[in-house]
Design a protein around this ligand. Structure first.
Ligand code: ARG
Length: 587
């Protein structure tokens, strides 16, 4: 357990006790503390309390002020406006607090663990077998990876599930074709690259599709193969497995490029729930949650209707007996709730699937699989748009391949790195180029709130000015270069020193890291962390412009400023790591 409390919580605690001393009947009233432009903090909670107690807010505020203990942490507290409190903290408290978090042996920079961690099953990074990955898959992977890191950092038990699309009627066609052309997935060399795997699959898919559309007899054989696959015919299943394995080679190469760890045991695709489908349907039918309608097993909702006003059901089993996407997702819920013992199910999936999840979750609630203690939430994300503001397509109108985008980002970033490079070797430029390019793509995605669409604009993403990862990475690298140049001087906090405005602003912002991480994790909102880090880099830049570090007046001043540099860098590094972005030591 980390015991470093933030300055914010120390101030909060002092105000809360002053409040309860002034208003004993409201012992646990919240002072509603926030950072403010006019003072270090402002408390707005008194207004509502005064209204409740039918008291004059300014008078109540004055009484509260009398009970606030000042001196050690709080330097001054004043009533302002209709009954706000403006609070200034002491320079000493700022530095002592930062020193405590810097000394935190676990290196958590003062971020506490959640009081009651639970188990979250997160469904993210779920591409489809035998298909190219596109920008939509990028979003799920990038957002999901950051949410995993945020949750784990706060102590949550996180179970990852990559619900890949590895089942469906198209496999009948693919398997039949491969069976008739057995060497199509053979490899020229032992070492298969992701690119090679994908081009094999792509070629095979196109050839199979062509035959399927032109040859009635092949079509019939392909349809029969679907039945064999569903019946578990060993030879057919072995062929299917080839497609899955080949696709995984490709997926891993893309995730690797994305600098993202995906583990084999966490890949549980749609096919992983086959054994549960019949039972899921039986349970739903027996409990009356689902009913037969024109032969299909359906769940109806009062508020889900088509354009013609007729109810649109969730189809759990088709009239021909086949199971679809919904049956799989409902079975996955049973698995995650009853076998994995999750209390939160999180789905990082495109907003265009929101109706599907709304119906699936509601069905699971009616069946009693979800309830007040076990909840499901779709972290729905918006669409990636091209520069023209329309869904991202190639000039030929095709979906853009994710790998091509990533390669282009790396190329652009390498050019930026090369231009600024002073003492980097070619090898280092290539490595940094990848870290900067992939960081840029991730940051652009994570810095807008997930539910919004965003424009994929590489020029903007790798820009050194503005809210980009490159800007943050340079801020980090610049601090490292100062620390290297410091020679004998070591970072050390000197709480006796008076702080300048820029130092205080930076120090207070570093203090807010713990609260920001808590909030970003609790709300599944990496963009809040991104905004915080951008602000941190900005405050650091103005500190650096105004306060000489190595040329400060006294040796203590030098050490104190080096300390501020160091704790800022560590916060940047930890924060970026939670977004899945590297911070190279030199750029
Ligand atoms: N494979 C799907 C797609 O590419 C996403 C799967 C989402 N997860 C789920 N449990 N349905 O659209």
């Amino acid at each position: 357990m980390t015991s470093v409390t933030s300055l914010t919580s120390a101030v909060h605690q002092r105000l809360a006790s002053a409040l309860s001393a002034a208003l004993p009947e409201n012992a646990d009233a919240d002072p509603l503390l926030r950072r403010s432009d006019r003072a270090d903090f402002q408390a707005n909670g008194i207004l509502a309390l005064a209204k409740k107690a039918k008291a004059n807010p300014r008078e109540l505020a004055t009484q509260v002020v009398e009970h606030v203990v000042t001196g050690d942490v709080i330097q001054s507290v004043e009533v302002s406006g209709p009954g706000f409190l403006n609070i200034m903290v002491t320079d000493r408290a700022i530095m002592e607090n930062l020193a405590a978090r810097a000394a935190d042996p676990e290196g958590r920079l003062g971020v506490p663990y959640a009081e009651r961690p639970g188990t979250t099953v997160i469904d993210y990074a779920q591409p489809n077998v035998a298909k190219e990955m596109h920008v939509g898959h990028l979003r799920s992977a990038v957002i999901g990876d950051s949410v995993v890191k945020l949750l784990e950092f706060t102590g949550e038990n996180v179970i990852r599930r990559h619900h890949i699309g590895d089942w469906g009627t198209q496999f009948g066609m693919l398997i039949q074709y491969l069976d008739e052309h057995p060497h199509e997935l053979d490899h020229k060399s032992a070492e298969v690259t992701g690119e090679e795997a994908m081009s094999n699959l792509d070629r095979l898919y196109k050839a199979a599709r062509k035959l399927f559309d032109s040859d009635e007899e092949f079509k019939t054989r392909a349809r029969r193969r679907v039945v064999d696959l569903q019946a578990g015919d060993p030879h057919t299943v072995a062929m299917w497995q080839k497609f899955v394995d080949e696709s995984k080679i490709y997926f891993y190469s893309v995730f690797d490029k994305l600098d993202m760890e995906i583990r084999d045991e966490d890949i549980v695709g749609e096919s992983g729930y086959n054994d549960m489908l019949a039972e899921t349907c039986r349970l739903l039918e027996e409990s009356g949650v689902a009913v037969r309608s024109e032969g299909a097993l359906c769940v109806f909702f009062d508020d889900v209707k088509g354009p013609d006003g007729k109810p649109v059901p969730l189809i759990v089993q088709k009239s021909d007996g086949g199971y679809g996407y919904a049956a799989t997702d409902l079975s996955a819920i049973r698995d995650r709730v009853f076998n994995l013992k999750a209390d939160t199910l999180l789905y990082v999936v495109d907003a265009r699937q929101s109706l599907h999840f709304k119906m699936v979750f509601e069905t699971a609630r009616r069946a009693g699989w979800l309830n007040d203690d076990v909840t499901a939430y779709q972290l729905a994300f918006g669409t990636v748009l091209g520069k023209d503001g329309k869904p991202f397509k190639t000039r030929e109108g095709e979906t853009v391949r994710l790998v091509d985008l990533l390669d282009e980002a790396i190329e652009r970033a390498s050019a930026v790195v090369r231009e600024k490079a002073q003492d980097l070797s070619e090898e280092e430029i290539a490595e940094r180029g990848a870290q900067v390019g992939i960081g840029a793509v991730k940051y652009a995605d994570l810095s807008t709130s997930a539910n919004r669409d965003y424009k994929f604009d590489l020029d903007q993403m790798v820009s050194l000015n503005g809210d980009t990862s490159v800007y943050l990475q340079y801020a980090y690298a610049r601090i490292q270069s100062i620390l290297r140049k410091a020679g004998e001087a070591r970072p050390a906090a000197h709480p006796d020193l008076a702080l300048t405005e820029a130092e205080r602003a930076l120090g207070l912002h570093v203090d807010a890291f713990a609260e920001t991480v808590r909030e970003a994790a609790a709300e599944y909102a990496p963009h809040k962390l991104a905004a915080y880090l951008y602000q941190l880099a900005t405050l650091y830049t103005s500190f650096y412009d105004k306060c000489p570090v190595l040329k400060a007046e006294t040796p203590e001043q030098v050490e104190n400023r080096l300390f501020l540099c160091d704790v800022t860098a560590r916060t940047l590094r930890q924060g970026m790591a939670l977004l899945g972005i590297r911070t190279p030591e030199r750029l």
